[in-house]
Write a protein that binds this ligand. Sequence first.
Ligand code: Z5A
Length: 207
Amino acid sequence: MRGRFITLEGVEGSGKTTNLEYLCETLKEKNVSFIKTREPGGTELAEAIREAMLAKWQEEITGLTEVLLVFAAREQHLKNVIRPNLERGTWVVCDRFTDATFAYQGEARGVDTEIIERLEQWVQVDLYPDLTFFLDLPPEESESRIAGREKDRMESENRDFFQKVRSGYIRRAKGHKRYCILDASRPLEEVVSDLRHQLLNFVQENS
Ligand code: Z5A
């Protein structure tokens, strides 16, 4: 049986990394065989593309360039990591996937959604996440959570940009049944308990 593909999405500081650890613990408890990975990244070349994508450059980086970079990384990641694992029955847990491209490059950078949809079909063909946790947090709260960190090129964008990212995610979440929206402004224990509950139901339905 094909493995299941779970993704985590949200604005920066919404707690993806933190919740991912709890998600993995729950899968271990249930004896689910899985790998943890991230986008952009997950392979040697895709990690190099991630570095280039997040670095600060003197020249202007267009939204379309970002789209092409993330899909080049995604092709490598799908071919070398995600597909082979799913095919051998291993579940894949991924920190961000194509929903991030729609939110960051589509909604916030203004790249035509049709272009992203075409690349999505071309690169992914029939592969989409089975379950997506969206950690929803207003940008002003995410700012205070990551205050003091050294910011990369994307993190250096302003509040208006992250407001658009959030709206993009909310719009997509409403249109796809695979989404599970978690209010990430609550205390961590509550967010984790909610995530765990939804995940346990999913594991039961898919084992
Ligand atoms: N990107 C893109 O543009 N297009 C694409 O297609 C893809 C990605 C795939 C890298 O993503 C960048 O790539 C990202 C979008 C772009 N850029 N931005 N900006 P990333 O996921 O690697 O980086 P990130 O979003 O910056 O992740 P992060 O900063 O590591 O945030 P996080 O993982 O969501 O948060 P965290 O580290 O778990 O938590 C942040 C802090 O909050 C930490 O101190 C926690 O202890 C605390 N925390 C967590 N939950 C709570 C609660 N509930 N209450 C209080 N405090 C909490």
